[in-house]
Design a binder for this molecule. Structure first.
Ligand code: FES
Length: 96
């Protein structure tokens, strides 16, 4: 039914929570992080529980994270080489 043939051509190094990692390029930040198993985008301010991208089209705001110093929706931001992302996840809050 679905053809999973990859069309990813670029690969970038980014800094995620202070750690340099490689992610696929030519896609949104949310998709790139999901592709490498980093599913937590933020922690809910009240329940302190991890959140992940939900709609992937700019509506739910579950993918908010600090990208290059600005709070942005990861699903609406294209990943680029050298991008700096801070998710603000603290130890014990269940982030992946
Ligand atoms: S995943 Fe819903 S706004 Fe980004």
């Amino acid at each position: 039914m679905f053809n999973q043939e990859s069309t990813v051509t670029a690969k970038f190094e980014i800094v995620l929570d202070g750690e340099t990692i490689a992610v696929p390029g030519d896609m949104s930040v949310a998709a790139a992080l999901l592709a490498i198993g980093k599913i937590t985008t933020r922690t809910s301010p009240t329940a302190k529980e991890p959140r992940s991208p939900h709609c992937l089209m700019g509506i739910c705001f579950e993918c908010l994270m600090e990208i290059d110093g600005v709070q942005r929706q990861a699903c609406m931001t294209e990943v680029h080489e050298g991008m700096v992302i801070n998710r603000g996840i603290k130890e014990g809050e269940g982030g992946k």
